[in-house]
Design a binder for this molecule. Structure first.
Ligand SMILES: Nc1ncnc2c1ncn2[C@@H]1O[C@H](COP(=O)(O)OP(=O)(O)OP(=O)(O)O)[C@@H](O)[C@H]1O
Ligand SMILES: [Mg+2]
Length: 255
């Protein structure tokens, strides 16, 4: 996909992060474009999770966490003064390990809509069905909605967590290694879904699986030791990188 003329939804400006004395992100600046998948790749401990957690304000209560720089969502800085709960309705997150809530499959999806007061006029049944359909899980669970998610496979549980995140009606959805616990067939389902979701959402995707990033993303950033070495169109990052370290990483010779 072309990236130049697409509007930005998120701007990261000179972001640096420390845990205590240890600096883990170094002066990152980039733009996330609306309706695209932006992937962050890099070896373990390069700072991918730290970065995406900041975009969801999940580090607010991490001890010794310190940041400088700005993250702007639709042009407004999401500093500590703004309401993190309100922000998380607009920016959802899906983690490596699917952790459904206690309660039924139905309640898992309905919960997000209920707490955020989304579509109060719309019947919850409609919201649950709509979002389970979006993830492709509906036909597999429509007859067991009142039962707990434990009987679902890990891949189905991950789809349920995605449906739960979608029910809040976010604008941005962040995925942090969403296939880390999944088998290859389940992984293909999630990758296909990620591409479909770009119709309605902006996606940010952290992974240390290079080929996965190449498959799902429009734009990719290579993080190495907390530095954003290169950021640009995925095709360019993977076929014609400008930095030697990016080239070594995408060809499997680094990390
Ligand atoms: N809460 C924390 N306190 C202290 N250090 C932390 C904390 N969270 C992460 N770190 C450190 O920050 C660095 C970046 O970690 P991060 O988890 O962001 O990397 P990552 O790229 O997501 O790695 P992985 O591919 O293994 O998921 C690591 O050195 C890690 O040990
Ligand atoms: Mg991580």
């Amino acid at each position: 996909m072309q990236t130049e003329n697409v509007p930005s939804i998120l701007s990261v400006r000179n972001l640096s992060i420390w845990y205590g004395d240890k600096q883990v992100l170094r002066d990152l600046s980039f733009e996330v474009k609306q309706g695209q998948v932006t992937a962050f790749i890099g070896p373990t401990n390069s700072g991918k999770s730290t970065l995406v957690r900041c975009i969801n304000r999940l580090n607010d209560f991490t001890p010794n966490f310190r940041s400088t720089g700005d993250i702007l969502f639709r042009g407004v800085a999401m500093g500590t003064a703004s309401d993190a709960t309100a922000l998380r309705k607009q920016i959802g997150m899906v983690f490596r390990k699917p952790i459904p809530f206690r309660g039924s499959i139905y309640e898992n999806v309905a919960y997000g809509a209920q707490i955020s007061g989304v579509n109060a006029s719309t019947h919850l049944d409609t919201i649950v069905e709509k979002n389970l359909r979006k993830t492709g899980l509906w036909s597999e669970v429509e007859n067991i909605l009142g039962e707990t998610p434990e009987q679902l496979s890990i891949g189905q549980q991950q789809l349920l967590c995605i449906a739960r995140a979608l029910a809040v009606e976010p604008e941005i959805l962040i995925f942090d290694e969403p296939c880390g616990e999944l088998d290859p067939i389940e992984t293909v389902k999630i990758e296909t879904l990620v591409r479909e979701l770009t119709k309605d959402y902006t996606l940010i995707f952290a992974t240390n699986k290079r080929r996965q990033a190449a498959r799902v993303s429009d734009v990719a950033g290579f993080l190495y030791c907390g530095e954003l070495i290169e950021f640009g169109a995925t095709e360019k990052i993977f076929t014609n990188p400008q930095d030697n370290r990016t080239e070594q990483y995408v060809t499997g010779r680094l990390g």
